[in-house]
Design a protein around this ligand. Structure first.
Ligand code: AMP
Length: 283
């Protein structure tokens, strides 16, 4: 596996792959790899000739009071894990390579970024995500890019950018990978104390409780939300949001007549965690 730090070198590798008619799969990440990241790499490996994983802790998507400086970083470990998955290139530029002096462009997606994590974290967050992902698409020119369903709003935002800017890349959404007790894997889980780690399992249990209400035949979203709210309350968790929305428009859904996104975010101990389930329109 090659580690590439400059855009010029990355472009040269892409040109070489294109000349040989090789397909390119991109997995954008911020590192601190866990099984969730590795599952995206495996899906990219299975479907592409050249697999590129980007490792870039993107400063523009963090707020003033967020965890940019403490975000877990261990490039050597990440590189070894990516190499084990058969990744061809780890693209790990520094911040000045991506945002040189004079950088002045930002991509803003309206509407769908005003809700859920966009409302909680502020507009800079998804502006930062949309801008860096678009730059990565410009640098790597992938046939397909792999994202985790765990960040469901991120996928909706990236799909919107790709459609609106006519970018020639297929977006693949990959299932959420969980710990044995159901907690969605996250690089931020390392912030959890033993007690908070236990408490955090309530997020997935709350989503499961809502799904069970849906599976009993109920369509009224409020009933599902109530079931989830009571699990969170029992675990002493006050969510930042717990909402039922259309998975692509992110409009509020009150009746589950077609597949709907049930999404939750909460502070648990020192971590801000998110999770979601798709509630089925058809049982
Ligand atoms: P991050 O490094 O946190 O920016 O995540 C990089 C990619 O991995 C994103 O597309 C995430 O949605 C995805 N990802 C993170 N956690 C998981 C998980 N538990 N299961 C599946 N994908 C994940």
């Amino acid at each position: 596996m090659r580690i590439i730090r400059t855009i010029a070198e990355m472009r040269a590798a892409v040109r070489e792959a294109r000349r040989a008619d090789r397909s390119i799969g991109l997995v954008p990440t911020m590192g601190a790899f866990h099984e969730g990241h590795l599952s995206l790499m495996r899906q990219a490996r299975a479907a592409s000739d050249l697999v590129v994983v980007s490792l870039f802790v993107n400063p523009t998507q963090f707020g003033q009071n967020e965890d940019l400086s403490s975000y877990p970083r261990d490039e050597a470990r990440d590189a070894a894990l990516a190499a084990d998955e058969g990744v061809d290139i780890l693209f790990a530029p520094d911040a000045a390579e991506i945002y040189p002096d004079g950088f002045a462009t930002s991509i803003h997606v309206s509407g769908i970024t005003d809700v859920l994590c966009g409302a909680q974290r502020g507009p800079h967050h998804f502006d930062g995500v949309a801008t860096v992902v678009t730059k990565l698409f410009g640098i790597v020119a992938p046939d397909a890019a792999y994202f985790g369903q765990k960040d469901a709003q991120q996928i909706a935002v990236v799909r919107r950018v790709v459609a609106d800017l006519n970018l020639d890349v297929r977006i693949e959404a990959c299932p959420i990978v969980r710990e044995a007790d159901g907690l969605a894997m996250s690089s931020r889980n390392v912030y959890l104390s033993a007690q908070a780690r236990e408490q955090a399992t309530a997020l997935n249990r709350a989503l499961d409780a809502a799904a069970a209400v849906r599976e009993s035949g109920e369509r009224d979203g409020e009933r599902m939300l109530d079931a989830a709210r009571s699990v969170l309350a029992e675990a002493d968790i006050t969510p930042e949001y717990l909402e039922l929305r259309d998975a692509s428009t992110l409009n509020t859904v009150t009746r589950v007549d077609s597949d709907a996104l049930l999404a939750v975010a909460a502070r648990v101990g020192a971590a801000r965690l998110i999770d979601n389930h798709i509630l089925k329109g058809q049982l």
